[in-house]
Design a binder for this molecule. Structure first.
Ligand code: NDP
Length: 333
């Protein structure tokens, strides 16, 4: 069993030495358990939080523990009546090649219905994050303007496309010309802006002539600064993630802008609401009905970025926090 454990807690940007590749015997399933061979590992920005001991909505990974993560796996051996060898399942087995699981933690996948990797992306946690956060908090209406950054990633790309399905205008923000072109041409956003452009704020203002009604917050930082003055009265801001600041734990530079922000929250009646996708679990059945249908109809497209080899997971994960991925980042184990 190859596995990657947390070797040390990063200060700032994680480095490869914060991870350690180890070998261990393949475990034997007990009564009611299955032995899994991990086929695909999902890499997600939240994992940066698990590497830190800072208090969060979930417990951190301990030093020496296998890094956490969603996985698609094949059942190798089963001592559980509900599973047989060869079954493909969604599990949360982490950064390793083999794992034990009891049936409760597993969901069977049907490779004939959809490519199994989609269970980690568009039809899985990130897709559901976009769907539930946008529709519950953002509530886009026909003709409104919805802005989202990290627009080539699994959350942002789905946010913009669902906004368009609901009749709104989608304005994306992404890093670099290649991602911007993809977001406009393949994901069909109405406008796309490169956040590395020195005149980001001016370009965003030009792309949103009627202001911004929904800002789906994925990144924070300078994107938030560009968005903030453009927010309309009654704008809704689902706060989904702040990936621009995950690597700077606690240290923030510059003057205190909270009074300015709060004044606008009041005078423009803004709704700013953070969420963790699992809070919206009641919407899972609606998501499971609508999302595959939108994909089948061609109304919603997705992009995956598949890296080969478990040993490359640390480097790929470090790159994810800096935008080196292009689409939903998945490791083929
Ligand atoms: P992505 O695959 O989109 O990867 C993150 C992207 O963030 C990078 O590719 C990069 O894209 C962009 N980025 C990184 N740094 C910056 C920066 N300084 N300024 C602007 N953009 C930056 O990730 P996901 O789609 O998986 O996740 C998107 C967000 O959603 C994250 O914040 C994540 O934490 C959050 N999330 C929240 C959940 C919840 O329940 N609340 C659940 C799942 C995800 P680019 O090259 O375009 O800059």
């Amino acid at each position: 069993n190859s596995r990657i454990v947390l070797a040390s807690r990063p200060k700032g940007r994680p480095s490869p030495s914060d991870f350690r590749l180890e070998q261990a015997p393949v475990p034997t399933p007990g009564e009611g358990e299955v032995l899994l061979k991990i086929r695909y590992l999902s890499l997600d920005p939240y994992m940066r939080g698990r590497m830190s001991a800072a208090k969060s909505y979930s417990a951190p990974v301990e030093i020496g523990q296998v890094m956490e993560g969603g996985t698609v796996a094949e059942v190798l051996e089963s001592r559980h009546a509900g599973f047989k060898p060869g079954d493909i399942v969604l599990s949360h087995s982490g950064w390793q090649s083999h794992a034990l699981a009891n049936g409760k933690q597993l969901r069977k996948l049907d490779p004939a219905t959809a490519p199994v990797t989609t269970a980690l992306g568009v039809l899985g946690m990130p897709g559901f994050t976009a769907y539930s956060g946008l529709l519950t908090i953002g509530q886009p209406k026909p003709g409104e303007t919805v802005v989202v950054a990290a627009a080539s990633g699994p959350v942002g790309s789905a946010v913009g496309q669902i906004a368009r399905i609901k009749g709104a205008r989608a304005v994306g923000i992404a890093g670099g010309p290649e991602k911007c072109a993809f977001v406009r041409e393949t994901f069909g956003f109405d406008a796309v802006i490169d956040h590395r452009a020195p005149d980001l704020a001016e370009q965003l203002a030009a792309a949103c002539p009627d202001g911004i009604d929904v800002y789906f917050e994925n990144v924070g930082g300078k994107v938030w600064d560009a968005v903030f003055p453009l927010l309309n009265t009654f704008a809704r801001i689902p706060v989904c993630g702040l990936v621009a600041q995950y690597n700077n734990e606690g240290e923030f530079e510059g003057p205190d802008r909270l009074p300015v922000v709060m004044r606008q929250v009041l005078s423009k009646s803004l709704t700013i609401r953070g969420f963790i996708q699992r809070e919206f679990i009641a919407q899972r059945p609606a998501f499971e009905q609508e999302m595959p249908r939108w994909i089948a109809e061609g109304a919603l497209k997705y992009k995956e970025d598949i890296v080969e080899g478990l040993e490359r997971a640390p480097e790929a994960f470090i790159g994810l926090l800096e935008g080196r991925n292009f689409g939903k980042l998945i490791v083929k184990v």
